[in-house]
Each structure stands twice: as C-alpha cells, then as structure tokens.
Design a protein around this ligand. Structure first.
Ligand code: HEM
Length: 358
C-alpha cells in the first residue's frame, strides 16, 4: 500500500478535462470550475455516507442511547462539511463573470439541476416533492438521467430522516408519565409568562398605541399557535394550512426536549435536534450564497438548466427547508426560571448519578 495507489491518484487527477482546451481555446478559470464542482460532489458523497449511518440508527423501532450519540456525532460532522461547502463559494467567486464567459457556452445544457447527489441529500433530509417550487413547468428531477431519476424516486418512497425523527420524537417518554402531563403543566407556565409580557407592554411608557397593539397581537398569536398543539382538530387544520409538518406528538416532544435539555436523558436528543436545525440553516445559507454568486455571474440571464436563475435559487433558500418546525418552536420558549418543575418521578428517570463506594 502506498499513498498514490491507495488514493487512486492517477485516476482522480486525470479527471479534470477542460472543455475549453478540447476546443483549442483553453480558459484558465475552467480548471477551478471543474475542481470546485468535483470537490462538492465528493463532499456530497460523504454527507450521504453519514446520512446512511444516521438513518440506519433512526430506522428501527427504538433508538439505543449509545447509538443516538453516534448519530449526533455524524449529524454534527455534516454541519461542519456544509460550512466548508458554503466557504468554497468564496474561492469560486475569485472567477469573474467575464472569465466565466470564456467557457460558459461550452457547458450547455449542463446544469446543477443534474446533480443526483444533491437531490438525494434534499430528499433524504426530508424535502418533499409537493413542497418544492415549480420552475418552467418542469419537475425538479426532469433534468436527471433516467437511472438517476429512478434512484431519486425510490429514495422519495422510503422514509426520510425527517419522517424517522418524527416517529422517534413521538415515542419520547417523559411527556406523559405517571400523573404528569407536560402539555397542561406547560400551558399554565406559558399563560403566566404571556400575561406578564402583556402587562409589561400595556404599561410600557415608550410604546405608542399602534406598537402596543402589534406586540400584543404577536403574543396572542403565539398562544393561538400553542392551542393548536393542545388540540387534535385544530392541529390538523393548521397542518392543512402548512403551518406545521411534524406530527403533533412529535412537536410536543421536541418542545419538551428544548425546554428540559439540561436533564441528562434529554441532552443527546436536544443535540440531535440542534444539529438538524444547523444542517437546515447551513443548506439555506449555501442556497443563498450560491444564488448571490449566480446573480454576479449571470445577472438576470436564465440558467443553462432552464430556471429563472437568481430568482428561483433565492426563493429555494426560503422555501426548500425541511426543519422549519424546529425553528418555529422558539415561539413558545420561556426562560429557565419560569419552567414548571418536573415531578420527582420524571426527574429521577431523566437523571443518572454515581453512588459513592464505601
Ligand atoms: C459559476 C458558477 C455557477 C453558476 C453560474 C451556477 C448557476 C446555476 C443556475 C442558474 C442554477 C439554476 C438551474 C439552471 O437553470 O441551470 C443552478 C442550480 C444549481 N447549481 Fe449552480 N451554478 C454555479 C456553481 C455551482 C456549484 C459550484 C455547485 C456545486 C455543486 C452548484 C450546484 C448547483 C445545484 C445543486 C443546483 C440546483 C439547485 C436547486 O434546484 O435548488 N452550482 N446553478
């Protein structure tokens, strides 16, 4: 075994073939363009590899504590990779639009729309077909090869990580344990906090009537949203309006884990939810950076894949999110000091302690 053969460097390093050179007009920046895209695809491969592990762990009917730690670790690794992927845009932006024009036409009709691995990442994280933005009347997988499309469709038919996390959260104990019902205990604490906030706003010396009404309406809205978490029928209506995607049980459990994250039994689960939010945020950031880069490269031109270019890509940063629900939970968070105390039975089952040996 040696470095060169282990890494298959002769094959790897002979895979950067500049189209411009083939046409007898070598464009210096095309090498960077190829290397950047290839490294993206390598990192996509690693992300999918980490998702294999995470989805295997979440795929069963129970998630073992030790395995949850491994899943969190893999999820946090994905976040780090995504940070790198956002950073790579800085390097590509050293290519100016005019340098890009030297070879852009040679790429037609090649496009990022043809990246199978990118679509697989989106689908496996939980982005659903009907939640996607339409572009040019084409479906998002129309540009893929027949084989790649089949693999994407098969992946869509399998549970996504979001589906698996939903099922896992729905099984969270502690939320209803013995005589303890988290929803009721928390509703009382939330009401107390909201009414204190309302008093504060109403008595505020520097807020005008219109500003007060705006703030009060926002608090009333938070309470109405929370009502939805308490009532099945209301929740189904909210889900139909697109306000929530996760199941009601899963959301209640996620709220519980956010609030009681300091209890040892909630800690790893909270880190997993945080990693999912980080992943979602990083991907949104990549979409936005990519869109801005596209706007500086192409201006208002349409993409080689036929989309509206910048406008479409910018809108995906907002709409193509798989874990929005976890972000929305912040609507209901209250300070630690206002948290209802957990009954002994629940607290004991969430903690471990080491007895002193005699
Ligand atoms: C000069 C640099 C780039 C330009 C001008 C550019 C342009 C575009 C455009 C216009 C689209 C919309 C689809 C279309 O109509 O073709 C697109 C989509 C896409 N591009 Fe790029 N791109 C660039 C670099 C990259 C890089 C480095 C990657 C890394 C993998 C990438 C990955 C993608 C992906 C995955 C999509 C699909 C996004 C989605 O549908 O949400 N692009 N690109």
């Amino acid at each position: 075994m040696d470095y060169t053969s282990y890494l298959r460097l002769p094959q790897l390093l002979s895979n950067q073939q500049m189209e411009s050179a083939k046409h007898g007009v070598p464009a210096h920046d095309e090498m960077l363009f190829i290397v950047i895209h290839q490294t993206y695809e390598l990192w996509f491969k690693q992300i999918l590899f980490e998702l294999d592990l995470i989805q295997e762990i979440f795929g069963g009917t129970r998630v073992d504590d030790a395995d949850l730690g491994r899943a969190v670790h893999a999820a946090e690794r994905i976040v780090k990779i995504e940070q790198l992927l956002v950073g790579q845009i800085d390097i590509l932006e050293t290519m100016t639009p005019m340098d890009f024009l030297e070879f852009r036409n040679l790429l037609m009709p090649g496009s990022g729309f043809q990246s199978e691995q990118f679509r697989l990442i989106e689908v496996r994280l939980g982005l659903k077909r009907d939640a996607r933005l339409a572009f040019n009347g084409a479906s998002f997988d129309a540009s893929l090869t027949e084989d790649a499309r089949k693999r994407v469709v098969a992946t869509e038919a399998a549970p996504s990580l979001r589906d698996q996390v939903d099922a896992w959260l729905s099984r969270t104990p502690f939320v209803d344990m013995g005589g303890f019902h988290f929803r009721e205990a928390f509703a009382a604490a939330l009401d107390k906090m909201l009414s204190q906030d309302m008093d504060l706003i109403q008595a505020h010396p520097h807020l005008g009537a219109a500003e007060k009404e705006l703030q009060l309406a926002s608090l009333r809205n938070s309470r109405a949203m929370f009502d939805g978490l308490l009532d099945d029928k209301r929740y189904t209506e909210l889900q139909a309006q697109g306000a929530w995607v996760f199941s009601r049980r899963a959301l209640q459990a996620a709220l519980f884990l956010f609030l009681y994250r300091d209890e040892p039994a909630a800690n790893a689960a909270f880190r997993m939810l945080k990693a999912l939010m980080d992943m979602d945020e990083m991907l949104a950031l990549w979409r936005m950076r990519h869109a801005l880069m596209v706007s500086r490269m192409l201006g208002r031109k349409v993409g080689t894949g036929g989309s509206a270019g910048f406008d479409y890509l910018r809108a995906t940063a907002d709409k193509h999110r798989a874990y929005n629900d976890l972000f929305a939970i912040a609507t209901f968070l209250i300070p630690r000091s206002a948290l209802p105390a957990l009954p002994d039975e629940v607290r004991k089952s969430m903690r471990y302690r080491y007895e002193q040996s005699t």
